[in-house]
Design a protein around this ligand. Structure first.
Ligand SMILES: Cc1cc2nc3c(=O)[nH]c(=O)nc-3n(C[C@H](O)[C@H](O)[C@H](O)COP(=O)(O)OP(=O)(O)OC[C@H]3O[C@@H](n4cnc5c(N)ncnc54)[C@H](O)[C@@H]3O)c2cc1C
Length: 443
C-alpha cells in the first residue's frame, strides 16, 4: 500500500522503533528524528540519559519484548541496561528502521498549521509541515525537583544525574523518594557512604521481582473471571493478600504497609529493598518538611545533618515542544489521541503494570489502525475514535489510582488492554497483544 500523506515520528527509543516498524509495514510514509546519536531512547547510555550505571529492567525479559521479537533466551529474567540497549539495536536492524532515522536532530516546536496539518520546527531552525506527528519522545526528559531542596547547603542532585555511589564515599547521604531509583540508589550508596537515610513521604507497596518463583509481572489470567465486573478489584485484593507478608517483614525497620490496594498508587519493585533495610546504616525517615543549611527536618523524628541529598522525585510528564493545552494529559483519548486536534498522537503516554516496551507497541498499533482507517474507509479513523471516546471507560483499578501531580495517569493493565482492544475493533482492526495477556474473545 503506498500513501501520499507524510508523518513525523519524534524519537527512536522503544516507542519510536515500534511505531516505525508498524508504519513501514502498513506503507505509511514518515520521517523519523532523534536528538540522540543512536537508537534506544533512555537505554542508550552513550547519549544523555537519566539511567544509572547499575540499572536493570524491573519488568521481566518476557514482558519487555516486542511482539514476535523475544529477547534472547540466554538473557537473565531481568536484563541489565546494556542488554536492553543491545536488544533495541538488534530490533531496529532487524526491522530495517535504522537507515531512516535522522539522528542528532531535535524537534523544538510542534503547532497546528492549516488544514489539520502540523508545523514542526527543528533545532536547526528548519520548518516542515506534516500530516501528523507521532510523539515518541518519552517522559523522562524534565526532572522534577521540588524547590525546597535547592536551599540545601551541600551537594544536591536529582536521580537523573546520579551514576555510581563512589562520588559519595564516606558521606552522610539522604535519598529522597520511594520509587525504584530511590531504593536502588540508597541501597548501593551503602557500599560507599558513611550513612544512608531515605525519606519516604507515604507508604507504598513493595512488589518483589519474583512471586512464587516466577517474575511477578507475568499475568495469571487463568485465575481470574474476566467476565466479572469486579474482576480488577478481586485481582487487586488477591495480590494484596500475597504481598502483606513480604511487606510486613520490614515494619520493624520503619517500612509502613499501605492501606490502599497494590496498584492504587505507584508501587515499588526494586529488588534492593532487602539490602537497604537489612543494613543498620540504612534508615527510613519521614517526609521532609524543611531544609536549613545542611540540616533537614522531617515530619516525624529529629532533624539531621547531611553532606549530600539525592532527590528521586521523578519527572514531569512534559512534552516540551508542545504549547499549553496540547500538553494536558486529560486531553488525550486513551492517553494517545488528542481530543481536539486530529493528527497529534502520544505514544507510551502512561504508567502501568505492563512492560513499557509493549505498551508503546499497543499505542503504536492503535495509531496505525487510525491512519489505515483514514486512508481506506469511508468514515475516518478520527471520527471513530471520537465516537468511541464518548463511552465511559475506567482505566483504573479503583480508588485514587495513580494520582501523582507530576505524572500522567497510571492505568491498570487489564483494563487498558480491554479498552485498547475495544478501540481497535472500532477502528476496524485487531489488537495484537502478548500471548500471556490474551484471553478468550480477545483475539
Ligand atoms: C531509571 C529508569 C528505569 C526504568 N526501568 C524500566 C523498566 O524496567 N521497564 C520498563 O518498561 N520501563 C522502564 N523505564 C521507563 C522507560 O521510559 C521505558 O523503558 C522506555 O524507555 C520508554 O520508551 P520511549 O521510547 O517512550 O521513551 P525514551 O526511551 O525516553 O525515548 C525517547 C527518545 O526520544 C528522543 N527525543 C526526546 N525529545 C526529542 C525531541 N524534541 N526531538 C527529537 N528527539 C527527541 C530522545 O532522544 C529519546 O531517544 C525506566 C525509566 C527510568 C528513568
Amino acid at each position: 500500500m503506498s500513501r501520499r500523506d507524510q508523518y513525523l515520528i519524534v524519537g527512536a527509543g522503544p516507542a519510536g522503533l515500534a511505531a516505525a516498524r508498524l508504519m513501514k509495514e502498513r506503507g505509511h510514509r514518515f520521517v523519523q528524528v532523534d536528538r540522540n546519536l543512536g537508537v534506544g531512547g533512555i537505554w542508550n547510555t552513550n547519549s544523555k540519559t537519566p539511567l544509572y550505571d547499575s540499572v536493570r529492567l524491573i519488568t521481566s525479559r518476557e514482558m519487555s519484548s516486542f511482539l514476535g521479537s523475544p529477547m534472547p533466551a540466554d538473557f537473565p529474567d531481568f536484563p541489565d541496561r546494556r542488554q536492553a540497549l543491545g536488544y533495541l539495536e538488534t530490533y531496529s536492524e532487524a526491522t530495517g528502521s535504522l537507515p531512516d532515522v535522522r539522528f542528532g536532530l531535535g524537534v523544538s516546536r510542534v503547532s497546528p498549521a492549516d488544514r489539520q496539518q502540523w508545523r514542526v520546527t527543528f533545532d536547526d531552525g528548519t520548518v516542515e509541515i506534516f500530516d501528523g506527528v507521532l510523539m515518541a519522545s518519552g517522559f523522562n526528559q524534565t526532572p522534577y525537583m521540588p524547590r525546597r531542596y535547592t536551599a540545601f547547603k551541600g551537594t544536591v542532585i536529582h536521580s537523573s544525574e546520579y551514576w555510581t555511589p563512589y562520588e559519595f564515599a564516606g558521606q552522610r547521604v539522604l535519598v529522597v523518594g520511594c520509587g525504584n531509583s530511590a531504593i536502588d540508589i540508597a541501597a548501593e550508596c551503602l557500599s560507599a557512604s558513611a550513612t544512608v537515610d531515605i525519606s519516604i513521604r507515604r507508604p507504598r507497596w513493595w512488589i518483589p521481582l519474583y512471586l512464587d518463583g516466577i517474575p511477578s509481572d507475568l499475568p495469571d489470567l487463568a485465575s481470574l473471571d474476566l467476565n466479572d465486573p469486579l474482576c480488577a478489584l478481586k485481582d487487586q485484593l488477591r495480590l494484596r493478600e500475597r504481598l502483606i507478608g513480604e511487606n510486613e517483614q520490614f515494619v520493624t525497620r520503619g517500612w509502613r504497609v499501605p492501606i490502599t490496594l497494590p496498584m492504587e498508587l505507584p508501587f515499588v519493585e526494586s529488588p534492593n529493598l532487602p539490602t537497604l533495610l537489612g543494613d543498620e546504616r540504612g534508615c527510613i525517615q519521614g517526609n521532609v518538611t524543611a531544609v536549613e543549611g545542611s540540616r533537614v527536618h522531617f515530619a516525624t523524628g529529629p532533624s539531621k545533618e547531611y553532606d549530600t541529598l539525592i532527590v528521586c522525585s521523578g519527572y514531569r510528564d512534559d512534552i516540551p515542544y508542545l504549547d499549553g493545552s496540547l500538553k494536558s494529559w486529560d486531553s488525550y483519548i486513551l492517553n494517545i489521541f488528542n481530543r481536539r486536534f486530529a493528527g497529534l498522537y502520544a505514544l507510551n503516554n502512561l504508567h502501568s503494570n505492563l512492560g513499557g516496551f509493549w505498551t508503546a507497541e499497543i499505542s503504536a498499533q492503535l495509531v496505525v489502525m487510525l491512519l489505515d482507517a483514514n486512508a481506506t474507509q469511508e468514515r475516518s479513523g478520527w471520527d471513530r475514535v471520537q465516537e468511541w471516546a464518548s463511552r465511559p471507560f475506567d482505566l483504573r483499578a479503583g480508588g485514587q489510582f495513580g494520582e501523582c501531580p507530576q505524572h500522567s495517569p497510571t492505568v491498570y493493565g487489564l483494563r487498558y488492554i480491554a479498552a485498547a482492544r475495544d478501540l481497535a475493533l472500532q477502528l476496524g482492526g485487531t489488537l495484537q497483544v502478548h500471548p500471556l495477556w490474551c484471553w478468550e474473545g480477545l483475539q
